[in-house]
Design a binder for this molecule. Structure first.
Ligand code: EPU
Length: 434
C-alpha cells in the first residue's frame, strides 16, 4: 500500500491544471451501454475508479479502448456485443458508482443483475431510490444472494418523484428513461453539473431530454440511441481541493482548466473567510497570506456547498481565526478525517451532524490514515501547512479520484512524495531488477 510523505510549510506558487470530472466520466461510460455504436469520451481522468469502470464494462463484453500517449485522456467504448448483463460484487464493493449500470442495462438488455453495494465509510448509502424509480418505469425487481435483478421487456415512461435528491439515482433513471416507451417526468432531481453533462452526452446520442439542471427533467423515449463524441467537464472537486490548498498555504496559485461557474458556493465561502479569489475564463487565482477568518458551512445539494468539499474545508477551518461550525447534511458518517486532524493538533469536536472547529491551531506532522477519498484530500491539505513530516497511509483512497495529485502539487512547490510499502527494487541495468 502506498503512502504519501509530506513536509509542510511551502506556499504554493504557479499553475496547476484540473483533470476531467470523475463523477461525470463514470455515468458517461455507463451511458455507452445504451447503444451498439462507439462512444468517444475525452478529458477522462486517469484515476482508479475509471479503471474499475473499464473492468466492469469489459466483463459485460464491452470493448473499452483507453488512449495512450497524447490521447491518454480519451476512451472509446463500444457495447455492440454485450454478453453478460451483470455487475459483480467484486467490482461493486470497490466502487458504489458501479450501480450506474443498472438503468442502462435494463433499458438495452431487458435485464440487469447488479450486486447490492452494502455499507460505505461515509454512510449507509442505500440504492432504494434507483430501484423504486425502475419499478415506476415498469421493471420487475427481485433480490437474492445479495444481488438486485431487474427485468423489463421494454421500460415504459412514468412519473418519478425522488423522495430525496440523489445524484447517481437521477443519472441512472435518466439513462433508463431514454429508451423507454413514451414520456418520463423525473421530479426533485439532482441539479449537479455532472447530471447536466450526462444529459448533454445522451442528447448527442439521440435522446430527447429537457430540463437537466432544474428539479424537473422530461425524457421522451426513443427506439434507439447512436454513437457520439463528448468532452467531460472539468472536475469541480479537484479544482476546489487545489483552491483550498492555495488558500491554506498563502502563496499565489492559478488553478487552470476549471469551470468557475461550478464552484460558486465554495468561492463565496472562501471570500467570506477573507481569501483573495479572482476568476477569469477557465481559471481561479488565489493569492495572499492574509489571516483566514472562521465561517460556518452547511453541506447541501448543488448549487449549495458540496459534501465532497466538506473534509477539505475542515482542514482550512483549523487554520482560521475563530470557531467554524461545519454541518454535514448529505451523509451521516462523513467526519472520519476529524480525528486524524485532531492527531495533527486541530481542535475539532463532533456534535451530531456538526463539527465544531476552533482555530487557529498549529498543526504538526504525524502518521495518519486516509479513510475515504475526500478525507484523504483533507489530510494532504493539513499536511501542507503542518510543521515537519506527515505520513499518510492508505493513499489508494485518493488514487480513486485524484489524478497524480502528488505530481501536480509538487509542480507548484509542495514537498510531497509517494513511497511504496516495500522499498522499490534496485535497477542495475535497464530492465534488470535485483
Ligand atoms: N440515498 C438514499 N437512497 C438512494 C440514493 C441515495 O437514501 O437510493 C441517500 C444517500 O444515502 C445520501 C443522499 O441520498 O444520504 C445523497 O446521495 P446521492 O445518491 O446523491 O449520492 P451518490 O449519487 O451515491 C454522488 C457522488 C458522491 C457525492 C454524492 C453527493 C458519484 C459517482 N458520486 O454519490 O461523490 O458525495 O453524489 O453529492 O457521482 C466522491 O466523489 O467522493 C463522492 C462520494
Amino acid at each position: 500500500m502506498d503512502k504519501f510523505v509530506i513536509r509542510g510549510g511551502n506556499p504554493l506558487l504557479g499553475t496547476v491544471r484540473v483533470s476531467g470530472a470523475k463523477n461525470a466520466a463514470l455515468p458517461a461510460m455507463a451511458a455507452a451501454l445504451l447503444t451498439e455504436e462507439p462512444i468517444i469520451l475525452e478529458n477522462i481522468p486517469q484515476v482508479r475508479d475509471i479503471e474499475t469502470e473499464r473492468k466492469l464494462l469489459a466483463a459485460m463484453g464491452a470493448e473499452v479502448e483507453l488512449g495512450y500517449g497524447r490521447a491518454q485522456h480519451r476512451t472509446t467504448i463500444c457495447c455492440r456485443n454485450l454478453v453478460n448483463a451483470e455487475a459483480s460484487y467484486e467490482l461493486v464493493k470497490t466502487m458504489r458508482a458501479s450501480t450506474l449500470v443498472l438503468g442502462p442495462l435494463v433499458a438495452r438488455m431487458k435485464r440487469a443483475r447488479v450486486s447490492l453495494p452494502g455499507g460505505c465509510a461515509i454512510g449507509a448509502r442505500p440504492i432504494d431510490l434507483h430501484i423504486g424509480g425502475l419499478k415506476k418505469l415498469g421493471a420487475k425487481i427481485s433480490q437474492e444472494h445479495g444481488y438486485i435483478e431487474a427485468r423489463a421487456e421494454r421500460l415504459r415512461g412514468g412519473r418519478i418523484v425522488f423522495e430525496r435528491i440523489t445524484v447517481t439515482g437521477t443519472e441512472d433513471l435518466l439513462m433508463a428513461a431514454t429508451l423507454a416507451e413514451g414520456e418520463t417526468v423525473l421530479e426533485n432531481c439532482a441539479r449537479e453539473p455532472e447530471v447536466v453533462d450526462l444529459t448533454a452526452l445522451l442528447n448527442k446520442m439521440g435522446a430527447r431530454i429537457e430540463g437537466a439542471g432544474t428539479p424537473t427533467i422530461r425524457v421522451r423515449g426513443v427506439e434507439q440511441l447512436h454513437g457520439a463524441r463528448h468532452r467531460i467537464i472539468p472536475d469541480r472537486i479537484e479544482a476546489g481541493t487545489f483552491i483550498v490548498a492555495g488558500a491554506l498555504t498563502g502563496g499565489d496559485l492559478l488553478v487552470s482548466g476549471c469551470e468557475p461557474r461550478h464552484l460558486g458556493a465554495l468561492l463565496q465561502k472562501l471570500e467570506e473567510c477573507g481569501v483573495q479569489v479572482q476568476t477569469s475564463g477557465d481559471s481561479v487565482r488565489i493569492t495572499g497570506d492574509a489571516p483566514i477568518q472562521a465561517a460556518d458551512v452547511v453541506t447541501e445539494e448543488y448549487p449549495g456547498f458540496p459534501t465532497d468539499m466538506q473534509a477539505q474545508y475542515m482542514a482550512l477551518a483549523t487554520q482560521a481565526e475563530g470557531t467554524s461550525i461545519v454541518t454535514e447534511n448529505i451523509f451521516e458518517n462523513r467526519f472520519m478525517h476529524a480525528q486524524e486532524l485532531v492527531r495533527m493538533g486541530a481542535h475539532v469536536r463532533i456534535e451530531g451532524s456538526s463539527a465544531v472547529v476552533h482555530g487557529k491551531t498549529p498543526l504538526s506532522g504525524a502518521a495518519v490514515q486516509a479513510s475515504d477519498l475526500r478525507a484523504s484530500a483533507s489530510l494532504v491539505l493539513a499536511a501542507l501547512v503542518a510543521d515537519g513530516e506527515t505520513i499518510i497511509d492508505r493513499v489508494y483512497h485518493i488514487d480513486r479520484g485524484y489524478e497524480r495529485i502528488e505530481e501536480k502539487l509538487r509542480g507548484v512547490g509542495a514537498q510531497i512524495r509517494r513511497i511504496g510499502e516495500f522499498l522499490p527494487k534496485r535497477v542495475v541495468s535497464p530492465g534488470v531488477a535485483v
